[in-house]
Design a protein around this ligand. Structure first.
Ligand code: MSP
Length: 457
């Protein structure tokens, strides 16, 4: 397919309800989707939920039936994305029988090829991460992310010959054929790949909630092998075979190794092309603490909307700090930025211009501008922060223009018309970030009916 743009988010575990961490990645994917659509590309945006494995079975605990539990939480994710005006093309669930069948067939192919063999695993496992751990991965004997002691496990498993693909991955990452961004994440992957790489387990026998290995039913396919294949199975389920490979895969740093090492090895084993860009964003904390249920600082997408409205919340979240870095988030900071950038700089600007045009009887003549080249280039590099800074700069410049030309005194028609077109340009660039506000601004310009866009906090 020409001009295609395939973008994915991780599929989220359904052990807990969606929070702003999940929202951050999914929103980023939605903004890129809308931007690429605005530039005339054929976009396919995939997201979904990861529903197998011990972690989910444990979380389902009191609920009783596991599938019922995953149905419920998976819906919560869909609802959250709807609230935030996130328009994905397909929502994949790993409990979808079509996905399950795809995973079984895929594994069988690798088995027949000789890339899967039976062995014994003896070592550590963190159910929170659903990951095999080495002593060197731990801090004081605990998983650094979950602060828990990993389980010692010993079981018969099938292994995948990960080590066989090491050199090829190294070459693809090194040459940016498979580009890992930002640079520091690429370096991290390269140095990891320079060490010895062990084969990885792709089945477990002590877990029952999952997809069985078709030729050996007492084995359940390792949840990460199952989950990673969603990026492929979703296309088959949707009958969209011509959009492989992904143009951009968004993840956070917690799941880098799975996506930068195991995933490309699986694809190479199947003779498939690697994704073009893997962008690894930072982690965010709320009030300087990791977002967690037990700390009680989980902010739901609904709370953000109640406070700022959908579009403002989208803009504030994505422009809070550079996408590749870690950052902190607090209502205090969001309130300040909301008042300064949105209520004052943008809201007042539009209001002033529309009232001026109305009073002086000036008609808005649309110029239908193209998307700004500079912002486009920044979004192509997945640099939301700079793109937003650029938009903010245009808003500030338009304010300076009004203050310097003083059209309320001069009543100069040309100046007012020029101001309207400056605002038109800003609204076009803003649309991927604030789809409704972008439209509302255009409507106000056309009708010259002022309406408050951002009530002050
Ligand atoms: N199910 C796996 C992913 C499988 S993909 C084939 C998983 N799920 S998760 O629910 O734990 O989601 C992890 C992802 O959620 C992160 O990579 C990131 O995209 C997002 N985030 C969750 N918490 C976050 C923060 N506190 N900050 C930023 N992103 C966060 O891992």
């Amino acid at each position: 397919m020409t001009n295609k743009f395939y973008i994915t988010t991780p599929i989220y575990y359904v052990n807990a309800s969606p929070h702003i961490g999940h929202l951050y990645t999914t929103l980023a994917a939605d903004i890129l989707t809308r931007a690429h659509k605005q530039w005339g590309e054929n976009v396919f945006f995939l997201t979904g939920t990861d529903e197998h494995g011990a972690k989910i079975a444990q979380a389902a605990g009191d609920f009783g039936e596991i599938k019922g539990f995953t149905d419920k939480v998976s819906e919560e994710f869909k609802d959250a994305w709807k609230l935030f005006d996130i328009n994905y093309d397909y929502f994949i669930r790993t409990t979808n029988p079509q996905h399950e069948k795809f995973v079984q067939e895929f594994l069988t192919k690798l088995y027949k090829k000789g890339d899967i063999y039976l062995g014994k695993y003896r070592g550590l496992y963190c159910t929170g991460c659903e990951e095999y751990k080495k002593e060197s991965d731990l801090e004081n004997g605990l998983c650094p992310l979950h602060k828990k002691k990993p389980e010692k496990i010993q079981e018969e498993v099938y292994f995948f010959k990960l080590s066989k693909y090491k050199e090829k991955i190294l070459a693809s990452v090194g040459t940016d054929k498979f580009q890992i961004l930002p640079q520091e994440r690429k370096n991290e992957v390269l140095s990891f790949l320079k060490q010895e790489l062990e084969d990885t387990a792709v089945s477990r026998t002590k877990v029952s909630w999952g997809i069985s290995v078709p030729w050996d039913k007492k084995h359940i396919i390792y949840v990460w092998f199952d989950a990673l294949l969603n990026y492929l199975s979703a296309l088959e389920i949707n009958k969209s075979p011509n959009i492989w490979p992904p143009d951009v895969q968004l993840i956070a740093k917690d799941i880098l190794r799975f996506h930068a090492i195991i995933w490309p090895a699986i694809l190479l084993a199947a003779g498939l092309e690697l994704p073009k860009i893997l962008f690894v964003h930072g982690f965010f904390t709320v009030n300087k603490q990791k977002v967690s249920k037990s700390l009680g600082n989980v902010i739901t997408p609904q709370e953000l909307i109640d406070r700022y409205g959908v579009d403002a919340a989208r803009f504030l979240l994505i422009s809070a700090f550079p996408f590749g870095s870690d950052g902190d988030f607090s209502f205090d900071d969001l309130d300040k930025r909301y008042n300064a950038i949105l209520a004052n700089d943008l809201g007042n600007l539009v209001q002033r211009a529309v009232v001026l045009a109305q009073k002086n009887n000036i008609k808005f003549i649309p110029k239908n501008p193209q998307y700004s080249e500079k912002i486009k280039a920044q979004l192509e590099k997945i640099d939301f922060y700079s793109a937003c800074e650029q938009i903010k700069k245009a808003i500030v410049e338009a304010n300076v223009f009004v203050n310097e030309t003083k059209p309320w005194e001069t009543k100069d028609k040309k100046t007012i018309a020029e101001l309207l077109n400056k605002i038109e340009k800003i609204s076009v660039d803003l649309k991927p970030f604030m789809p409704t506000v972008g439209e509302k601004i255009l409507t106000q310009l056309k009708t010259l009916q002022p309406e408050i866009l951002f009530p002050k906090k």
